[in-house]
Design a protein around this ligand. Structure first.
Ligand code: UD1
Ligand code: UDP
Length: 385
């Protein structure tokens, strides 16, 4: 059996690792252990509950308004104990958070093989997103096997000198997750979302990036306020991230407006079904840029860079940056010009076909000699390079 230790710590990692945990648990060739760092506490637990994942280890590291230093140090030290106890054949990490990098480093010190899920995303700007761009580059350098979601991600890894035979193009596991969550006639867990007037045009909004703390987030929220004042047939629904650097500013600028609904972070199935009912999405999040195109919803990215250019090429994502006037201008056009909106509102699936977890499982079976053939690669992203 392949003893596999899966580690994650934040909401998006959990959402994207959940289908892989299920896939590996259902195969007798794998002995699966799950370790959560709990870099996030409440937002992680929401996901664990929805997918009924019971971690074998919970490092419980989250502190209020934590620093990158404390998260990094706590994960490296506490994960060492788990490695010593479990001695896994392979550790699987996800994406680009500080949990990802620190647990990969800890596993490397232990001389354990490491597999990187969602490998190869790059903006080529080390401060945008910060610290994620550096986290994923450093993680790639530490890893032995790389699960690139798209062809473009694979090309990025090749340019960094990673061996082609160690890279598998799998699609993104978040598209597997959508298969679990999107339902017809969905009833929301969050009662407020069942009361929303869906005859209005709903704009789902999220924001949390560290490089947007302060002025950029203020600009974004002022743009939102100005649009809510200008258009009376729209309704912003904004589940506010628990990071105090975001929450305080969001509440100061956006509270008590009749066309802006601020709510606590919602469960992932609520989130996906909310997006499915929305007119468009405004976000600085990474994951939403992958989910919304697959649901046929235009995305306006509230950042200067994106590591997910595939949907920009497919014209369902626009990178607006964080300048108030620029955001208002782009949104005004999408809200007033039907033709402009229709050009962006079509479903594309450059990020996956719902079988990424299976491909990752097959790649692991191949890597450890349980299968003779490499798995078929995900081809849906080949034209977006
Ligand atoms: C982290 C990741 C980021 C990822 C994001 C997803 C790093 C450096 N950042 O950013 O890459 O995109 O998660 O959401 O790895 N908090 C709570 N409860 C929670 C979660 C957060 O109270 O469930 C508050 C705490 O005060 C915590 C703070 O938010 O200290 C910041 O959490 P942290 O994980 O350091 O940063 P995020 O901004 O969430
Ligand atoms: N999400 C959620 N509840 C919310 C907001 C977001 O479940 O209230 C989901 C969203 O659908 C996506 C993921 O969380 O799957 C994105 O997480 P986040 O924006 O925190 O991080 P990023 O993707 O930017 O790393």
């Amino acid at each position: 059996m392949i003893k596999t230790l899966i580690v994650f710590g934040t909401r998006p990692e959990a959402i994207k690792m959940a289908p892989l945990v299920k896939e590996l648990q259902s195969d007798a060739n794998f002995e699966v252990r799950v370790c959560v760092t709990a870099q996030h506490r409440q937002m992680l637990d929401q996901v664990l509950e929805i997918f009924d994942i019971k971690p074998d280890y919970d490092l419980n590291i989250m502190k209020h308004n934590q620093s990158l230093y404390s998260v990094t140090a706590d994960v490296i030290l506490k994960f060492e104990e788990v490695l010593k106890k479990e001695k896994p054949d392979i550790v699987l990490v996800h994406g680009d958070t500080t949990t990802t990098f620190a647990s990969a480093l800890s596993a490397f010190y232990f001389k354990t093989k490491v597999g990187h899920v969602e490998a190869g995303l790059r903006t080529f700007n080390k401060f945008s997103p910060f610290p994620e761009e550096m986290n994923r580059k450093l993680t790639a350098a530490l890893c032995d096997i790389h699960f690139a979601p798209t062809k473009r991600a694979k090309l990025n890894l090749l340019k960094e000198g990673i061996n082609e035979e160690d890279i598998f193009v799998t699609g993104n596991t978040v598209i597997d997750t959508l298969k679990y969550t999107i339902k017809k006639d969905y009833k929301f867990r969050e009662p407020i979302l069942n009361e929303v007037d869906y005859t209005k045009r709903i704009i789902t909004l999220t924001a949390h990036r560290r490089e947007n703390f302060g002025k950029p987030h203020e600009n974004i929220f002022e743009a939102v306020l100005s649009l809510a004042n200008e258009f009376d047939d729209i309704l912003f629904v904004y589940p506010v991230h628990l990071n105090p650097n975001v929450k305080d500013v969001a509440e100061r600028i956006l509270k008590n407006h009749p066309r802006i609904i601020l709510i606590n972070p919602i469960d992932v199935d609520d989130m996906h079904n909310l997006m499915a009912k929305s007119y468009l999405v405004m976000t600085d999040s990474g994951g939403l840029q992958e989910e919304a195109p697959s649901l046929g919803k235009p995305v306006v990215v509230l950042r200067d860079t994106t590591e997910r250019p595939e949907a920009v090429l497919a014209n369902t994502v626009k990178v607006a940056g964080t300048d108030k006037e620029k955001i208002v201008e782009i949104l005004r056009k999408l809200l007033s010009d039907n033709e402009e909106y229709s050009k962006m509102a079509h479903a594309v699936n450059p990020y996956g076909d719902g079988f990424a977890s299976k491909r990752i499982k097959d790649a692991l079976l191949y890597y450890f000699g349980y299968k003779n053939e490499r798995p078929e690669e995900f081809k849906g992203s080949d034209m977006y390079v």
